[in-house]
Design a protein around this ligand. Structure first.
Ligand SMILES: [Zn+2]
Ligand SMILES: [Zn+2]
Length: 322
């Protein structure tokens, strides 16, 4: 039963904007300084000629532009003022840069070119994690533009792979001919920075090519019918910065109107890894509190999330609590 108004407010006071300890992702990569956007800063003359594109109806132009990836769209936007006007007026692009410009900055900085501007928007108007479907998906995995929750972020599926690991994988399977297909898979170039959970964050100084792990496995499936899993690398633990280099906070956008919701963290779950990083929308806060933080709910938290815990313990047998 929903508590009275006063207690709803009390419950919400336990939810905070920043978790303890912090997870260091692209949110901490100084994207605004590294990739300043000039959107809205210019007086644009929308009638500047732009060749044959002007002969197309606006609806068709919007459909074409919406299917371009963000780095390509950004390059086109630089052509002239008409191009800038067309891109800035594109509904999906406009909504993203007014609500979550860091996602644009990250896509440009990482050269994330495996998905379109419209795909980002369609992902942002979904609410749940696309992987488990249970929690609010408060993050975007920017290699494939997948909305995920923090529990699924810990899963090996979202741990990207460097090309050397992929090449070794194909060599061990005697499928060397697949190496040349690596460049066609979803991938990004990481930004140097400090990534990882809390005190265990690690500084990464290189730009690494990071390829989607599941796409590599799917290559072997297309070839021989079985998706061979990549062998665990010795350093493939949750602390490995690779896991956080393509992760960024993502709001839930309402399909209509202009509202957005980023989710808040439960301060009472702060000691439980990986659950301290789960974000809750306003509508989920009271149900979460009633389930976990009322006196007669003394069952251990891991009883309720068996699949998530199995996923977690598979990849990090070392303790759950910081
Ligand atoms: Zn999930
Ligand atoms: Zn909690």
């Amino acid at each position: 039963m929903e508590p009275q108004d006063g207690s709803v407010r009390d419950v919400r006071s336990f939810f905070v904007r920043h978790p303890t300890p912090l997870l260091h992702t692209l949110d901490d990569a100084q994207l605004e300084a590294r990739c300043p956007l000039d959107n809205g800063m210019h007086l644009v003359l929308p009638n500047t000629p732009i060749g044959d594109i002007n002969r197309l109806p606006l609806e068709l132009i919007n459909q074409v532009l919406g299917r371009l990836d963000i780095p390509t769209l950004t390059t086109f936007r630089r052509v002239n003022q008409r191009a800038m006007h067309l891109v800035d007026s594109l509904p999906s692009y406009r909504r993203i840069w007014t609500t979550c410009p860091d996602i644009l900055r990250a896509a440009v900085s990482l050269n994330a070119n495996s998905f379109s501007c419209d795909t980002i928007f369609k992902t942002l108007i979904r609410e749940k994690c696309e992987f488990c479907g249970e929690f609010f998906g408060g993050y975007l995995y920017l290699i494939t533009c997948t909305r995920i929750c923090h529990v699924c972020h810990w899963g090996l599926e979202h741990s990207p792979v460097e090309p050397s690991t992929a090449i070794r994988h194909f060599q061990e399977l005697k499928m060397d001919y697949l190496v040349e297909k690596l460049k066609t898979l979803p991938q990004v170039h990481s930004l140097p920075g400090c990534y990882g959970p809390g005190r265990r964050r690690i500084v990464s100084e290189d730009r690494k090519t990071l390829i989607d792990r599941m796409a590599i496995m799917n290559l072997t499936k297309e070839d021989c019918g079985y998706a061979y899993p990549l062998a665990n690398e010795p350093d493939d633990c949750p602390e490995n910065p690779r896991r956080n280099m393509a992760i960024i906070s993502a709001p839930y956008l309402s399909r209509q109107g202009q509202t957005s919701e980023w989710g808040l963290f439960c301060s009472l779950c702060a000691n439980y890894l990986p659950f301290f990083e789960i974000k809750y929308r306003a509508q989920d806060m009271v149900p979460h509190f009633e389930r976990w933080h009322v006196e007669d709910s003394d069952a251990p938290w891991y009883m309720f999330y068996p699949e998530a815990v199995m996923r977690w313990s598979n990849y990090s047998p070392a303790g759950r609590v910081y």
